[in-house]
Design a protein around this ligand. Structure first.
Ligand code: SF4
Length: 339
C-alpha cells in the first residue's frame, strides 16, 4: 500500500482524536488495452478520413467517452442500416456477429473492426467447438452486445447461461460433448459457481482452452476485493451498461464493503452516502478514463477525504495494435501526403 498524500487527524470537540477520513484507491482500475485501442481507433479514423465516421453501438460502454467522440464527429448508430451506403463504420470493442458483417457488406460499407482481440479469441473458440459439433454453454448476459456477437458465430450450437440458477433448465444433445465459454466481463466467482453447477449436471463438461474472463476484468475484481473489507463505502466509476463496472459494485459488497454505488460522474455522488463513513474505496471499470476518477477524488477531498492510499494488486502493460485496416489507411494517407 502506498500513501500518495497524508492528512492530519483533527481533534473532535471533546478533545478525542477524530477518525481519519481516507480513500483507498484500487489499482489496476480504468482503461484496459481493448478499450484504449477502440477509442484510439475512432480518433485515428476521424483524423484520417475526416468526420463523420459512423460507429455501430457505443464504441465502449462509457457515457463520457461516447459524448467526447460525438463532439469530434463520430456518429453512433444502433445498426448498420442507419449508415449511408459506402460510408465508414467502426465495429465496437464488444464485437459483432457474422450477420452484422454481412449486413455491412451488403451496404458496401467500409468497415474498421475495433473488436477487442480478447473478445475475438472467444469468437474463435466458439467457431472451433461448433465445428467439432459440441454444445456450447455460453455463460453471459442475454442482450449484452458481446454475448450477441459471440452467440451469432454459431447460433445452432450455443445456449446462453445467465446465472447459476439457469443451469437446471439447460438440456444438451450429448452430455459428453459439452463445453463452457464465457463473456469476458463477468464476476469470476459467480462464473465459477455456474461452472460448478454445470459440471454437477454434465461431469464431462470441457473447459475453455484459456480464461475467457479477460485479464482486465479479473485484475479490477482482485483489486476491489482487497479494498472492500476495509471500506465503509466503495464508489465505482462506470456507466450503467458497463458490465465490468456493475460487477465491481457486486464484488465490493460481497467482499465486505458496507455500501457500494456506481456513478458516471462525481456530480452523481450523494452526500448522504458519506454519513458515518471514514474509509471510501474508489475504483473504476475498464471503459473509464482516469480523469473521471480524479474528479471523484477531488470531490471527496473537498469533503475531508484528502488522504489517498493507492492499493496496487497488479501491474498492467498490455497494449494492442490498431485494427489492420486502419493501419493501412494511415500508411496510405502518409504516402499520399509525401506526393
Ligand atoms: S474488458 Fe477485457 S475483453 Fe473487454 S475490451 Fe477490455 S480487455 Fe478487452
Amino acid at each position: 500500500m502506498t500513501a500518495s498524500s497524508i492528512a492530519s487527524t483533527a481533534p473532535t470537540s471533546d478533545g478525542a482524536p477524530a477518525a481519519t477520513k481516507r480513500v483507498l484507491l484500487a489499482s489496476p482500475r480504468g482503461y484496459c488495452a481493448g478499450v484504449d485501442r477502440a477509442v484510439v481507433a475512432v480518433e485515428k479514423a476521424l483524423e484520417v478520413h475526416g468526420a463523420p465516421v459512423y460507429v455501430r453501438k457505443e464504441i465502449v460502454h462509457n457515457r463520457h467517452v461516447v459524448t467526447s467522440l460525438e463532439n469530434k464527429g463520430a456518429i453512433f448508430v444502433n445498426e448498420t442500416d442507419a449508415v449511408p451506403e459506402g460510408a465508414i463504420v467502426i465495429f465496437s470493442a464488444h464485437g459483432v456477429s457474422p450477420a452484422v458483417r454481412e449486413a455491412a457488406d451488403r451496404r458496401l460499407l467500409k468497415t474498421i473492426d475495433a473488436t477487442c482481440p480478447l473478445v475475438t479469441k472467444v469468437h474463435k473458440e466458439a467457431v472451433r467447438f461448433a465445428d467439432g459439433d459440441f454444445d456450447i454453454l455460453l455463460i453471459g448476459h442475454t442482450g449484452h452486445e458481446e454475448v450477441e456477437g459471440t452467440a451469432g458465430e454459431a447460433p445452432e450450437h450455443i445456449q446462453i447461461v445467465n446465472s447459476p440458477d439457469d443451469v437446471d433448465n439447460i438440456e444438451v444433445r450429448d452430455p459428453d460433448k459439452v463445453v463452457w465459454l464465457s463473456q469476458t466481463t463477468l464476476s469470476v466467482d459467480e462464473t465459477m459457481e455456474t461452472v460448478r453447477r454445470l459440471r454437477q449436471k454434465f461431469p464431462n463438461l470441457q473447459n475453455p482452452p484459456s480464461d475467457d474472463i479477460c485479464y482486465a476484468t479479473q485484475n479490477r475484481q482482485v483489486a476491489v476485493k482487497k479494498i472492500a473489507p476495509e471500506a465503509d463505502l466503495v464508489i465505482v466509476v462506470g456507466s450503467r451498461n458497463s458490465s465490468n463496472s456493475v460487477r465491481l459494485v457486486e464484488v465490493a459488497l460481497e467482499y465486505g464493503a458496507q455500501a457500494s454505488y456506481r456513478v458516471d460522474f462525481a456530480t452523481e455522488i450523494d452526500e448522504a452516502w458519506l454519513e458515518g463513513v471514514n474509509t471510501v474505496g474508489v475504483t473504476s471499470g475498464a471503459s473509464v478514463p482516469e480523469i473521471l476518477v480524479q474528479d471523484v477524488l477531488a470531490w471527496l477531498a473537498e469533503r475531508g477525504y484528502g488522504q489517498t492510499e493507492e492499493v496496487v494488486t497488479a501491474h498492467e502493460d498490455l497494449m494492442f495494435s490498431l485494427p489492420r485496416e486502419l493501419h493501412r489507411d494511415i500508411k496510405a494517407k502518409a504516402k499520399a501526403a509525401q506526393g
